[in-house]
Design a protein around this ligand. Structure first.
Ligand code: AHR
Length: 613
């Protein structure tokens, strides 16, 4: 029986409790959420990003084409440009199989070009079967200028190519093609299907932009002082302003990132999906295998000042220095930043905490209402974790970011993790977690675990699954919540769990107890039933069925989720993050929403108590 005491008041659950962590990994930004269709649009790809790159990666020249880095450049941050000879052309292959265009839809082309008056640039969209839109011609007017043109696709294709040809010598940079249709029709906007999938989660917050890409590299800027060299350092100031003036960078995950999706766009996206923005800045201690404390007082001071400037960029009036930059970009109203993360996963807790304290002191002195979130290192337990927590506790930190990736069994067995956390200590931001897989058992183990988070909502204030996005052709990390390629996107089973919880966040926990129940059954609409059987070794013969009684999963449940088996017809496999029943004729193919074979299941769970327990 489940005993619920309606009079008892459990912890209040914040509306912001469940959120998303957008990390630029698996090409989540360029070739993903950022709607730009041209790859390597500013010819900045370099072996510093990836040993297989050249400045012409994703481009095929025909005739004379050379990437140049000299004084004739567009601007100091955008170093390279393409020098194209008379009668020559260059063709871009986009991401995945190519540039995706849909019949009847409009696509906005733009290019920065320097060419003598009288030069004509011809722009074409085509695939191997022929043209995809009427060609456009642009008449150059001398000097560096931006030229635009619009295409309407006459056919649908996943293999489009964009070509630019010139009649006379021309310098090209920022060759761009955007779908007219972006999420909420924002300029320099986001890919609609992906943004809408994230919006449908109804996230309470948006943590960004990483992850390891935040706290790795030299921490030095791509700046005049450093000879305009890439330093593999992600810094927010390099990601704002006109896109042609944003530097590109070597992403920790082995590709070039354009910063087209920058801090302005992140804040705007958070606002558009109704989520609290939660940026993360580096604390001058590297993590993710680099594990180095950067000892440079001047650099530390600059990073602290950059963090104060970031808060002003988000919240300052349009008359303030950085508030004005935001207003000039199109958002005079402040974004309402309330939380900021300092550090990601630092393996050197003492070195990290010494620097964290300096960040916190400076932020609290100027912005006392901002919650400054600290970190607990890369693991969920062990000496580093204990030391980090001790320092955070003794230092009176408001909130600590924890990360862990574990087996489904771990999630089932650790439902009570936060029951014993100190109620008077720092609150928890579970900034990254996932059970290791995109299978049903993983999703269910996460659902079970989330009931434990919710039960401890007085301690666990924020929680986000990680990572959020993966382009199926450029994967550095799996599992991931949402998968995509250049033409489609699909949700994982884990996504459905996150969506369920985010869209049904209660106001308050109602304490309940399960005792001596011979059988628990019911639809999986809440987490109570799930956690009761999933976390208890007292039940066996657990079955998950569709409403019509079709068996989907069953288990001789012993607390070991790896023993879960599928009992429906056909075999189950995981293909690119989709749960596919290989017997195509079978009714209960568990693919994901958006795929043609998707079928919505009204799932039922039934568990029988083990005899003698
Ligand atoms: O989410 C993938 C990676 O996991 C993150 O970049 C890092 O913070 C963690 O190790």
């Amino acid at each position: 029986a489940i005993t619920v005491d309606p009079g008892a008041r459990g912890a209040a659950i914040d509306d912001t409790m469940y959120g998303v962590f957008f990390e630029d990994i698996n090409r989540a930004a360029d070739g993903g959420l950022y709607a730009e269709l041209v790859q390597n649009r500013s010819f900045e790809y370099s072996t510093a990003d990836n040993s297989s790159y050249t400045p012409l990666t994703a481009w095929t020249p025909d005739g004379t084409a050379e990437v140049v880095d000299d004084d004739g450049r567009l601007n100091d941050r955008n170093r390279n440009y393409l020098s194209l000879g008379a009668g020559s052309s260059v063709t871009n292959s986009g991401y995945n199989t190519g540039i995706r265009v849909e019949k009847g839809k409009r696509y906005d082309f733009s290019v920065w070009a320097r060419a003598e008056s009288g030069t004509t640039l011809t722009v074409t969209l085509k695939d191997t079967a022929g043209t995809l839109a009427n060609a456009r011609q642009v008449a150059a007017k001398g000097g560096w200028r931006k030229y635009t043109a619009t295409f309407t696709a006459t056919r649908t294709s996943n293999r489009g190519r964009l070509a630019v040809a010139t009649t006379a010598p021309a310098a090209l940079d920022m060759v761009s093609l955007f779908p007219r249709e972006t999420y909420k029709s924002q300029p320099n906007g986001l890919r609609k299907d992906l943004a809408e999938k994230i919006e449908a989660l109804n996230p309470g917050f948006l943590r960004f932009p990483g992850g390891c890409l935040v706290n790795t590299g030299s921490m030095e800027d791509y700046s005049e002082a450093s000879g305009w060299q890439r330093k593999r350092a992600y810094q927010w100031k390099g990601t704002i302003g006109p896109v042609e003036e944003r530097a590109t960078n070597a992403n920790f995950w082995g590709y070039n990132q354009s910063y087209g999706l920058g801090y302005y766009e992140y804040f705007r996206f958070a606002e558009d999906i109704g989520a609290m923005p939660l940026p993360v800045v580096p604390a001058l201690v590297t993590g993710c295998g680099q594990n180095k404390a950067v000892d440079d007082e001047a650099l530390l001071k600059r990073h602290i000042q950059d963090t104060l400037d970031l808060i002003e960029f988000a919240n300052g009036p349009a008359t303030s220095k950085w508030g004005r930059v935001r207003a000039e970009m199109g958002h005079s109203k402040p974004f309402g930043l309330t939380h900021i993360g300092v550090g990601n996963e630092e393996n050197l807790p003492r070195e990290f905490f010494a620097r964290f304290q300096q960040f916190r002191a400076a932020i609290e002195a100027k912005y006392p209402d901002i919650t400054v979130i600290s970190n607990s290192g890369p693991d969920d337990s062990g000496t580093t974790f204990d030391t980090a927590w001790q320092l955070n506790r003794e230092g009176g930190v408001d909130m600590v970011d924890e990360h862990y990736y574990n087996s489904p069994q771990w999630f089932l067995q650790n439902n009570d993790r936060y029951d014993s956390y100190d109620r008077t200590g720092p609150k928890v931001f579970l900034g990254e977690y996932a059970s290791q897989g995109n299978a049903w058992k993983n999703a269910l183990s996460e659902a079970a675990y989330m009931t434990g988070l919710e039960r401890n909502a007085d301690v666990v204030k924020l929680a986000s699954y990680a990572p959020l996005l993966a382009n199926e052709d450029y994967v550095q990390w799996r599992p991931d919540l949402i998968w995509f390629n250049n033409r489609a996107s699909w949700n994982s089973a884990n996504y459905e769990v996150q969506k369920l919880f985010m869209n049904n966040t209660g106001d308050r926990v109602v304490p309940s107890k399960a005792t001596g129940t011979p059988e628990v059954s019911g639809p999986i609409t809440g987490a109570v039933g799930l956690s009761t059987w999933a976390t208890s070794a007292a039940y066996d013969d657990v079955k998950v069925t569709s409403a019509d009684g079709t068996a989907l999963l069953a288990d001789d449940f012993s607390g070991d989720a790896s023993k879960w088996t599928h009992t429906g017809a056909g075999a189950w496999t995981v293909q690119d993050g989709r749960y596919v029943q290989t017997d195509a004729a079978a009714e209960n193919t568990m693919v994901t929403a958006g795929d043609p074979a998707w079928k919505d299941y009204d799932l039922q769970v039934k568990a029988t108590k083990k005899s003698g327990k």
